[in-house]
Design a protein around this ligand. Structure first.
Ligand code: GLN
Length: 463
């Protein structure tokens, strides 16, 4: 098959499934032309990149020069960035074909993708359920095989929780591992671009394409990028104990009463699978675990209230009510932002205001330090930590729409990892009852900073 034939087949599949799933806000018009270029390269015997001809979905809060980039918001409905995000540029340099921009909760704020200004994405396992969020479009697109891999962003779990709900692999890299240049800022000290794939190997190949220092992002790390992809060739899971000696800590607080019983038994099953592979699994306690959720929501809202001030109808965003300056700002933001975003801006502004700053923002920063310390201690004793990726499987569309606190509570498994800046891999580890064919459950593996290589190795052997 030629790259063009393959692209045609894949586009057909995308068009066939899209009416039920609604993963994409926009689909590229240049796919076949890009595939032609790959065929031409093959004909000229030129070297092909590691993603040559591969369909890649890109979350719509990551900028692309040749397609709209809305962030899931009305306020950027007509925005076409004049540049590619660094991660997108690197995908293209590796031969990847950006097939479209995927749906998300507005600016990444949400856990269901229902917070998009444009459409509701369905979970391919049961279309009456949410795909998770905020990168629900990217997760659903890989799950429905509309693309091979995709990019998402993870501020508090937005790659890992939808990966769990949709039964795909999701990787949140270490903070600074991947350039944020061209990612629309939500909470800059927590944001990171992450990867989805239907296997650990695919996910690792995508990470390898996008990781590494970038002069355009001052927080991107100069830490060396190991060859994430070489190990997929050399590891054999046929060895009897391929993970012999690996110390795994099961986080006790993540199996508490509030967690779905069927999820807990999937995770316990995954732990014994790891033992069969040669790991020693012990329980470990993170005493500050439950403090992470309120601290996260204060810090993320605070940072977002500052980051989103740029959407004022002048510098960025569609302009409404241009007769007076004040009403121009006010009307543009009133019309352009959805209710969840407004709530975050108000909460964040409050937490940062004089008189409340010490009680909220400063306190939350102190909790953040505690969380970092307790992870450090636990990762001194263990090579990786494991937990569920979410306290429940995918729930129904509409179920938590009017109960934001219940939705926030579902982020309990993931937010601590962002506060600590650590890498984490989520991969399917079981099924529970529900929907027409059962619902997937995701296992989260957390590693030390810049230890993505180990997570990918363990994940690859585990699956
Ligand atoms: N659900 C969380 C929030 O709404 C996390 C979102 C994310 O990681 N972008 O903030």
């Amino acid at each position: 098959t030629t790259a063009v034939e393959l692209a045609q087949l894949s586009l057909n599949r995308l068009r066939l499934t899209e009416p039920q799933i609604n993963s994409f806000i926009s689909v590229s018009e240049t796919v076949l032309r890009e595939a032609e270029e790959i065929d031409a390269k093959i004909a000229r015997n030129e070297e092909l990149g590691p993603l040559a001809g591969v369909f890649v979905g890109v979350k719509d809060n990551i900028c692309t020069a040749d397609m709209p980039s809305t962030g899931g918001s009305r306020i950027l409905e007509n925005y076409r960035p004049p540049f590619d995000a660094t991660a997108v540029k690197r995908v293209k340099d590796c031969g990847g074909i950006v097939v479209g921009k995927t749906n998300l909760d507005e600016f990444g704020m949400g856990s269901t993708t229902e917070g998009s200004a444009f459409q509701v994405t369905a979970n391919p396992w049961d279309v009456s359920r949410v795909p998770g969020g905020s990168s629900g479009g990217s997760a659903a697109a890989v799950s429905a095989r509309q693309c091979v891999v995709s990019l998402g962003s993870d501020t508090g779990g937005s790659v890992r929780q939808p990966a769990s709900f949709c039964g795909v692999v999701g990787l949140k890299p270490t903070y600074g591992r991947v350039s944020r240049f061209g990612l629309m800022a939500y909470a800059s000290s927590l944001d990171v671009i992450g990867c989805f794939g239907s296997s650990v190997a695919d996910t690792g190949i995508l990470l390898h394409a996008i990781a590494g220092y970038d002069g355009l992002d001052s927080t991107s790390s100069k830490h060396e990028v190991p060859n994430y992809t070489s190990q997929f060739m050399s590891i054999s899971s046929l060895e009897s104990k391929p993970l012999k000696g690996l110390r795994v800590g099961l986080i006790r607080e993540t199996l508490d009463d509030g967690v779905d019983k069927a999820v807990v038994s999937s995770i316990v099953g995954a732990a014994s699978h790891l033992e069969e592979l040669g790991c020693t699994v012990t329980e470990v306690s993170l005493p500050s675990f439950s403090l992470g959720l309120p601290a996260y929501y204060i810090l993320a809202s605070s940072e977002s209230s500052s980051n989103l001030s740029r959407y004022d109808g002048v510098r960025y965003g569609s302009q409404v009510g241009a007769d007076r300056l004040n009403s121009l700002y006010g009307d543009s933001r009133a019309k352009g932002f959805g209710p969840e975003v407004k709530m975050r801006i108000l909460t964040g502004t409050y937490a940062l205001s004089a008189g409340y700053y010490d009680a909220y923002y400063k306190r939350a920063q102190q909790v953040r330090t505690l969380v970092q310390k307790s992870f450090k201690a636990a990762l001194n004793e263990n090579d990786i930590l494991i937990s569920p990726a979410a306290p429940s499987p995918a729930y129904s569309i509409g179920e938590k729409k009017n109960d934001p606190l219940a939705m926030y509570a579902g982020d309990i498994m993931t937010v601590n990892v962002n506060l600590a800046g650590l890498p984490a891999l989520v991969l399917p580890c079981g099924f529970v009852e529900g929907g027409p064919a059962g619902l997937p459950v995701g296992l989260q593996m957390i590693g030390a900073a810049f230890d993505e290589e180990k997570l990918l190795k363990v994940g690859h052997i585990f699956e």
